[in-house]
Design a protein around this ligand. Structure first.
Ligand code: NAD
Ligand code: UDP
Length: 331
């Protein structure tokens, strides 16, 4: 297949790019490099011996986007491009709505005018919001008590995609609701390397492990969980990437959503102890107050993807930690 990957130099997009090339697909990447580096293309080439065609284009630029579609006839778009920092989205809501929602509308306009009718979208478990349940299943409603603009952009984009599928039955749309992606390609060449102080757990742990930050603050140890810390569903990014290959095979007319998670909850403290065990070194940490807006428990019911896409996560958090250590040592 000829596939356009938006956001393909980013953390998840680059891992999916590798899997797509390895499966024999021809890909082109479009990214404005607002949160990734051009060198990622070298790494993709090192791993796959193939350098994808790259367009440094902002999806907000409709003309430039149309130009990409004028030149190549794509079978499918996989849409990763977007801003993803929850705290930043609360500070800069207009930027988030514009960058995530407007750019997706642009992309869909270009697809529609060039008769490209297949799209896989990077959604998030955050679309479920706060429903007072621990395990999310696709039959649950979405958009309930969403607390930040980032999550709302994912919900809004899903609603747009549903309406598009109703208006034009030729569209095949899959929304993949990711849980917590961690780890990196086993070569250690690709990975997540945020600038500054990270918000997410694994990037923060990485900076503590390298000595760039002194210690991990564990946000809350008085939740109603076994060890008092929050539970999340951490999925190895290579398993997540393989979920996209399965989704390609599962494309069918209409809008369909799938959870991509392991179904196994892990607490923050369990993650810290696993990191210490795999690295063989203590990870300095202390308990800190709860982070506002955190849900105590959030993990996937992954049965729909297992049954319909024949996909399930194989790798463990220990695999992800091992690959993370390789990535750190390559930096
Ligand atoms: P990332 O920031 O590493 O990758 C996103 C890429 O999109 C970056 O390379 C960035 O430069 C590019 N981009 C952003 N806005 C753009 C625009 N207007 N035009 C062109 N390129 C643009 O993020 P990621 O972790 O790889 O996430 C990929 C997708 O998955 C995002 O949509 C994100 O919201 C979603 N997601 C991520 C997580 C996670 O924990 N990483 C969880 C759930 C969902
Ligand atoms: N967390 C933490 N310290 C940090 C970052 C995160 O204790 O420096 C906790 C956070 O409170 C949550 C879990 O780790 O319980 C996962 O947080 P992350 O931001 O990675 O994912 P999300 O909460 O968006 O699922």
């Amino acid at each position: 297949m000829k596939i356009l990957v938006t956001g393909g130099t980013g953390y998840i997009g680059s891992h999916v790019a590798v899997e797509l090339i390895n499966q024999g697909h021809t890909i082109e990447i479009v990214d404005n490099l607002s949160n990734s580096q051009i060198e990622v293309l070298d790494k993709i080439e090192q791993i796959t011996s193939t350098r994808p065609v790259f367009h440094e284009v902002d999806l907000l630029d409709q003309l430039a986007l149309d130009h990409i579609f004028d030149n190549t006839s794509f079978d499918l778009v996989i849409h990763f491009a977007g801003l993803k920092a929850v705290a930043e989205s609360i500070e800069q809501p207009l930027r988030y709505y514009d960058n995530n929602v407007t750019s997706t509308i642009n992309l869909l306009e270009s697809m529609q005018s060039h008769s490209v009718k297949n799209i896989i979208f990077s959604s998030s478990a955050t679309v479920y919001g706060d429903q007072g349940v621990d395990q999310c299943v696709e039959t649950m409603p979405t958009g309930i008590k969403l607390t930040n603009p980032y999550g709302k952009t994912k919900y809004m984009i899903e609603e747009i995609l549903k309406d598009l599928a109703i208006s034009n039955p030729e569209f095949s749309i899959i929304s993949l609701r990711y849980f917590n992606p961690i780890g990196n390609h086993t070569s250690g060449l690709l990975g997540e390397n945020p600038n500054g102080i990270p918000n997410n757990l694994m990037p923060y742990i990485m900076k503590v492990a390298t000595g760039e930050l002194p210690e991990l603050n564990i946000f809350g140890n008085d939740y109603d969980t076994e060890d008092g810390t929050c539970l999340r569903d951490y999925i190895h990014v290579v398993d997540l990437a393989k979920g996209h290959l399965a989704a390609i095979d599962g494309l069918k007319p209409g809008f369909t959503a799938y959870n991509l998670g392991t179904g196994r909850p892990t607490s923050v403290l369990e993650m810290v102890h696993a990191f210490e065990k795999v690295s063989g070194k203590p990870l300095p940490h202390k308990f800190a107050p709860r982070r506002p807006g955190d849900l105590p428990k959030l993990y996937a019911n992954p049965k729909k993807a297992e049954q319909e896409l024949k996909w399930h996560a194989n790798l463990t958090i220990e695999d992800a930690i091992k690959d993370t250590l390789t990535f750190i040592s390559n930096k």
